[in-house]
Ligand binder design. Structure first.
Ligand code: NAD
Ligand code: UFG
Length: 331
């Protein structure tokens, strides 16, 4: 039995592939490389010593996806393929709804026609909007403030309806908090094009001298040091969470949404200090105005993942920073 990993050449998908192959599972990666490079698949083969079959296709090509499910004897799908930049989604809503929502519908049609009912979907803590309380558990109200977030919310609702319609569907939506870090080999990691939007890749580029300083977006939040607090989760912990979700989904018909976070909040300045420890050098930074749309604090209640999946994050911020730095130097 084989797992189809859509978007498997991307940041999170590639790390998940290493964990699945290490656990003796078979995978097939389907990716259109709109935000990744085919060389990732070769690097995955180097890391794991296993062949990684690749289908170069858009997830919206339903026939191609159905053919992939058939040819490889796929029994479960992990669906990462989609667009993820919040700012870009505001200026390109049609592209975002097309890739994310149309992409998921097309995948579901192919799965239905090939009688494949097990699905793990990449959702996001963004579905909680501006947190009403902390830590955020899965019963926190959901909302969206931009097309990216709305696409995740619509997909979650759609998947709930699909699971309600027939017990042959077994669906888990994993709500990621802030994935960071990289595989210990230094061969794969987050590879943003252009100027990074997110904190960790930006700090990594300051640490390696590609950028001169970090702009800290606001120091007037109601947090311990005034800077934004997030639940950073090591991408290898996240990857192990997917492996646990696949085991869970195999005998749990219906729909579940589960947080993947550590339960710990870390401020921007704490992350900068951790990166300084990892690199042995100061990270020049300057406080500027708040970034529009940012929230003060966001961290998970990870209890449900522990209860349902038997999974919890084990890696700390020092490992997140040192692995990011190793990958940044190798890129
Ligand atoms: P990524 O961009 O690195 O990976 C996505 C992969 O999907 C890329 O390889 C891209 O080429 C591929 N892809 C995109 N559209 C496609 C399409 N239509 N057909 C086939 N392939 C396509 O992103 P990531 O950080 O690995 O995120 C993976 C998933 O997790 C996304 O759905 C994202 O929304 C979600 N997520 C990410 C984060 C994060 O901070 N990285 C947080 C929460 C949720
Ligand atoms: N930050 C800076 N300077 C930077 C970049 C970020 O100070 O150059 C700060 C932000 O203000 C925030 C923290 O670092 O306080 C984290 O910011 P990120 O951009 O790394 O992450 P966000 O929590 O803002 O966004 C992430 C994903 C989104 C997702 C959201 C909610 O990037 O896709 O989490 O899950 F929608």
């Amino acid at each position: 039995m084989t797992i189809l990993v859509t978007g498997g050449a991307g940041y999170i998908g590639s790390h998940v592939v290493t964990v699945l192959l290490a656990a003796g599972r078979k995978v097939v990666v389907l990716d259109n490389f709109c935000n990744s490079d085919p060389s990732v698949v070769e690097r995955l083969e180097r890391i794991t010593g296993c062949p990684v079959p690749l289908v170069h296709s858009d997830v919206r090509d339903r026939e191609r996806v159905a053919d992939t499910l058939r040819r490889f004897g796929v029994d479960s799908v992990i669906h990462f393929a989609g667009l993820k930049a919040v700012g870009e989604s505001v200026s390109k809503p049609i592209e975002y709804y097309g890739a994310n929502i149309q992409g998921t519908i097309s995948l579901l049609e192919a799965m239905q026609s090939e009688k494949v009912g097990q699905l793990v979907f990449s959702s996001s803590a963004t579905v909680y909007g501006d947190p009403g309380y902390l830590p955020i558990d899965e019963s926190h109200p959901t909302s969206a403030t931009n097309p990216y977030g709305r696409s995740k919310l619509h997909i979650e609702e759609m998947l709930k309806d699909v699971a309600l319609a027939s017990p042959s569907w077994k669906i888990v939506c994993l709500r990621y908090f802030n994935p960071v870090g990289a595989h210990a080999s230094g061969l794969i990691g987050e590879d943003p094009a252009g100027i990074p939007n997110n904190l960790m890749p930006f700090v990594a580029q300051v640490a390696t001298g590609q950028r001169s300083f970090l702009r800290v977006f606001g120091q007037d939040y109601p947090t311990s040091d005034g800077t934004g607090v997030r639940d950073y989760i090591h991408v290898m912990d996240l990857a192990e969470g997917h492996s646990a979700a696949l085991r869970f989904v195999a005998d749990h018909p219906g729909w579940n949404a589960i947080n993947l976070g550590t339960g710990r909040g870390t401020s921007v300045l704490e992350m900068v200090s951790a990166f300084e420890r990892a690199s042995g050098r100061p990270i020049p930074h300057e406080v500027v105005d708040r970034r529009p749309g940012d929230i003060a604090s966001c961290y998970a209640d990870p209890t449900l993942a522990r209860q349902l999946l038997g999974w919890q994050a084990t890696r700390g911020v020092d490992d997140m920073c040192s692995s990011t730095l190793a990958w940044q130097k190798n890129r």
